[in-house]
Design a protein around this ligand. Structure first.
Ligand code: C2E
Ligand code: CA
Ligand code: CA
Length: 760
């Protein structure tokens, strides 16, 4: 059986499966994480690219400023030179081509005004009139070398060649429309260095205005070297600005190549560029870091929260699922769970042919306990039943509570009829043992319908229906037994439905008759009483035996009306037989009616029948359930003067409990013991035991179904007080009894074949 712990394991198994919430959580968390990750990457990429872009813009600007500074320097030098050489003082007279004349004057003028490394004055015949280096008198070698290198430039200025020499870059140029050489500034490699070369023509008196070819010119040369570069660097805030040759520079430094018009590098400069982007980046990195860390913490918290929420919801889901599939009172699987499992078992049987069967268990008299002792006791009883069932069955059998007092079991032990009956017998025996709940002793019964699941099994609903039909049969056959479904029951079911309708009409229309069977004193000579028995002469089917219609009446509740009518009729008829006991059968359902005693009292009053002549026959199953209320009702009946007989003794529980506890006046030994009294030694022993038991407890003992003289003799010898059976009289109309007591001794007992024919 699937016990409580294993149910919990079931629940855990459920929880390990991915639930809808898990999938939903993945559906939310994964995109969320992706979005957050993409956002973080975007922020980082944006910061890096904008920093890089800012650095590029800054570098472009530095390059531009640097070039502009060089150009400015050239323009400035050119204008200064021009202003000096254009002055009248510089170039007056005709001593321009003469050493020691105008050139010296010009050099002297230039000296404070221009920052230069060389001054060269070239005469009209392209001879050096004057050369000065770094303020000192020039040495001829340096001047000659310098002159040789600017010669091609001079040729260009004088118009001898159209093109500018290679590796010379024009920085600025004066008005070229005028005759003669126009002033200009150039960048030009010179003496292994890069130099700013400025050129200006020396003016002559207007009268002998020379051609460009013959015009004397002044050249100044300023090497772009450390001092100039550091000036520019300081002004432009270019760190570490320097001229480089082919040496490698640190990775952070920028190398700027100055190219001529052929894009051939003529000089290389390097400086450490400003990196505003990197600086900004550096300053914001900590904040970005903090923000990302915050982001991560937040994401972590959100995830943790979601995980916890998910866990709570998953637990809730599992709990809900558990509640949806289990009975809240006893924790057993409910009908839904049972049906699901049954479908699975049916599928398994079809696939693998494994044995399986369903037990449909119905508790007898549970409702009674609930009604009389209250629901708390009823609930406790259900829990006790659950516990007993759990202990009786195997671990892998499934027990479910289908409703009120209905349980069902799926067992895979066997599909063999005998084995299933044995298991069912064990269940019944366990469930029928007395319960002690809240100080009350409770005895209930149990009936079981068995349906074997075979490979032709339809579905769960059909199997349950089969088990239900078998259960009905078990109840009809006297309860506390198990019946296995067979196909005949299907036909029975529809038959029963029709019969139930007919019975209802018969009871309402007084279609049922009451017959009486006499019972005698021990000698069998004197009628001491009669037992009222119901008869149903069916208009179509003929006489229907009580064994067929009484169960239908009990199942449908019609027995209440039927029972009351028989009782009333028996009281009315019994008045004609003074001194005779009138016994009436009482069905368990009738007896358990809360107002049963009142009903008896009323009928006695209405019919004016002597209560002391009325004997009510109860069976053991009538007493099941709430023993206290049964006992109380019996005492009330006894107080009215009514006598009580325990019918069919030996077939049911035969518990001494009933004999000891309940105030029975009479014990009726069941017919089955009498039947084989002469042949089966153990039956004889049982009869002896029952008789001495009854006598010991002060009860009268009656033997039912006495058919032969031998049985009569045996029973008489055993000490039985009364005899009932075909030997002494078959059930017949009231008139038969009236006639019989009117002429005692006329009745001839029937024996042998005749009795057997009647019994059949
Ligand atoms: P029961 O109370 O044990 O009634 C005795 C049954 O045994 C009767 O069957 C009777 O005809 C039968 N019988 C009597 N002597 C002999 C005999 O020598 N040999 C054989 N083979 N049978 C004998 P019946 O009338 O068919 O009733 C069957 C059962 O139906 C009764 O068993 C009783 O439990 C129930 N029953 C009948 N009438 C009523 C009724 O009005 N109310 C209730 N609640 N049950 C009734
Ligand atoms: Ca009886
Ligand atoms: Ca009986």
């Amino acid at each position: 059986m699937l016990s409580m712990p294993s149910l919990r394991q079931d629940g855990q198994r459920e929880s390990s499966k991915p639930t809808g919430w898990d999938r939903a959580r993945l559906g939310v968390v994964v995109p969320l994480c992706v979005v957050v990750a993409v956002a973080i990457v975007c922020i980082i990429v944006a910061a890096l690219t904008s920093a890089q872009r800012a650095d590029e813009v800054a570098l472009e600007r530095e390059k531009h400023l640097f070039m502009k500074a060089v150009v400015n320097h050239g323009e400035w030098s050119m204008r200064r030179l021009k202003s000096v050489v254009d002055s009248d003082q510089a170039a007056h007279g005709n001593d321009i081509d003469r050493a020691g004349g105008a050139p010296e004057r010009i050099a002297a003028w230039l000296k404070p005004l221009l920052d230069h490394d060389f001054v060269l004055m070239i005469g009209s015949a392209d001879h050096v009139l004057y050369a000065q280096a770094s303020g000192a008198q020039t040495n001829a070698q340096g001047a000659a070398a310098a002159f040789s290198q600017v010669r091609s430039l001079l040729n260009h200025l004088r118009g001898r060649t159209g093109v500018l020499p290679d590796s010379t870059v024009i920085i600025a140029r004066g008005d070229r429309s005028k005759a003669g050489v126009s002033e200009a500034a150039f960048l030009q490699p010179l003496l292994g260095q890069l130099a700013v070369v400025t050129v200006a023509p020396v003016q002559r008196a207007r009268a002998d205005q020379p051609t460009a070819e013959a015009q004397p010119v002044v050249l100044t040369v300023r090497f772009i070297e450390h001092t100039l570069l550091s000036n520019i660097g300081d002004r432009l805030q270019l760190d570490n600005l320097r001229k480089i040759d082919d040496e490698a520079v640190p990775g952070d430094d920028y190398v700027f190549s100055l190219v001529d018009r052929h894009e051939t590098p003529i000089a290389r400069f390097a400086w450490t560029p400003k990196r505003p982007g990197a600086e900004v980046l550096q300053s914001v990195v900590p904040f970005i870091g903090i923000a990302l860390a915050g982001f991560a913490v937040l994401a972590g918290l959100v995830l943790r929260f979601m995980r916890r929420t998910a866990a709570t919801i998953a637990a809730g889901e599992n709990r809900l699922r558990y509640l949806a599939l289990h009975d809240p009172l006893c924790g057993l699987p409910n009908r839904i769970f049972f049906s699901e499992r049954l479908e699975a078992v049916i599928a398994d049987v079809k696939r693998r042919g494994s044995p399986a069967a369903v037990f449909y268990i119905d508790l007898d008299h549970f409702k009674d306990v609930n009604d009389t002792l209250g629901h708390p006791v009823g609930d406790e009883l259900i829990r006790s039943v659950t516990l007993r069932l759990s202990r009786t069955l195997r671990g892998d059998d499934l027990v479910a509570r289908l409703g009120g007092d209905e349980f069902a079991v799926i067992t895979s032990v066997s599909s063999d009829h005998a084995t299933l009956q044995t298991i069912a017998g064990r269940i019944i025996a366990t469930l029928c043992a007395p319960y002690s709940i809240n100080g009350h002793t409770i005895v209930i019964g149990a009936s079981i319908g068995i349906a074997v699941i075979d490979q032709r099994a339809a579905d769960a609903a059909d199997i349950l229906r089969y088990a239900d039909m078998a259960l009905y049969r078990a109840k009809n056959e006297g309860r506390n037994r198990a019946c296995t479904y067979d196909k005949v029951m299907d036909a029975d079911l529809s038959q029963r439905k029709l019969l139930e309708q007919d019975l209802r009409e018969a009871i309402e229309n007084n279609g049922l008759k009451v017959v009486y069977q006499p019972f005698m004193n021990a000698s069998g000579e004197t009628v001491v009483g009669v037992e009222a028995l119901a008869r149903w002469p069916h208009p179509v089917r003929g006489m229907i035996p009580p064994s067929e219609f009484i169960p239908i009446a009990e199942h449908s509740g019609l027995i209440l009306d039927l029972g009351a009518r028989v009782l009333r009729q028996a009281c009315l008829d019994g008045k004609a037989w003074p001194g005779l006991t009138v016994a009436v059968n009482v069905s368990p359902l009738q007896f358990r009616q809360l107002d049963f005693v009142t009903l008896v009292e009323r009928i006695l009053a209405e019919t004016d029948f002597d209560p002391t002549r009325l004997e009510l026959e109860l069976t053991e199953s009538t007493l099941l359930g709430n023993l206290e209320s049964a006992e109380a009702a019996m005492h009330r009946l006894k107080a009215l003067g009514v006598r009580l007989a325990l019918d069919d003794f030996g077939t049911g529980y035969s518990s001494l409990l009933y004999l000891r506890r309940f105030p029975f006046d009479k014990l009726k030994i069941d017919r089955s013991f009498v039947l084989s009294i002469e042949t089966a030694a153990d039956n004889a022993a049982i009869v002896h035991a029952i008789v001495s038991l009854g006598r010991g407890l002060g009860m009268k003992v009656t033997a039912e179904g006495v058919e032969t003289a031998e049985q009569h003799l045996f029973l008489r010898a055993a000490g039985v007080h009364c005899m009932q059976g075909y030997r002494f009289g078959v059930p017949g109309p009231a008139t038969d009894i009236t006639a019989r007591i009117a002429t005692p001794g006329v009745y001839r007992s029937i024996e042998g074949d005749a009795a057997a024919a009647l019994a059949g």
